[in-house]
Design a protein around this ligand. Structure first.
Ligand code: ADP
Length: 160
């Protein structure tokens, strides 16, 4: 029979979160990482990469018909991106809440984009928008061996 913590580990949801080149250049890595960490989510993968434009196009393939697609992919490939996988109950949906609305001028204060960004083309962070996207984006950015499963001592205080 599975122990409580193993049950948690087996059921835990994962999402792909990236700090875009503007967030990295502005020195916002620790600010953003700490918001996910303090919430109680668990970091299971992290790396700094400069994606090629072709890679950025794959990441944003859903948006290829949009007028800003090329500029967006140029921007994502213009510098280091901090790619991460975060794990926790409801992390996909609630991670998007922590991030805030796409356009920072409409993001609520208290959200990452609401507090730290001004315009839609420089909104500093990406987060998967659903379970399928999360699975695809994690597979695009990380190899399975880069995802680290571990038990944190805090879990029993976060989940009871
Ligand atoms: P989100 O990142 O909130 O999931 P979308 O998937 O709709 O939003 O868009 C992806 C990214 O494209 C946004 O985060 C933003 O950087 C950029 N973007 C969206 N709309 C515009 C726009 N009107 N002009 C420029 N860039 C945009």
């Amino acid at each position: 029979m599975l122990q409580d913590q193993e049950v948690h580990a087996a059921e835990m949801e994962r999402t792909f979160i990236a700090i875009k080149p503007d967030g990295v250049q502005r020195g916002l890595i620790s600010e953003i990482v700490s918001r996910f960490e303090r919430k109680g989510y668990k970091l299971v993968a992290i790396k700094l990469v400069v994606p090629s434009k072709q890679f950025a196009e794959k990441h944003y393939h859903d948006l290829k018909e949009r007028p800003f697609f090329s500029g967006l992919c140029d921007f994502l490939s213009s510098g280091p991106v901090l790619a991460m996988v975060w794990e926790g109950e409801g992390v996909i949906k609630y991670g998007r809440k922590l991030i805030g609305a796409t356009d920072p001028s409409k993001s609520e204060p208290g959200t990452i984009r609401g507090d730290l960004a001004v315009v839609v083309g420089r909104n500093i962070i990406h987060g998967s928008d659903g379970p399928e996207t999360a699975k695809d984006e994690i597979a695009l950015w990380f190899q399975p061996k880069e995802l680290v499963s571990y038990t944190s001592n805090e879990e029993k205080w976060i989940y009871g």
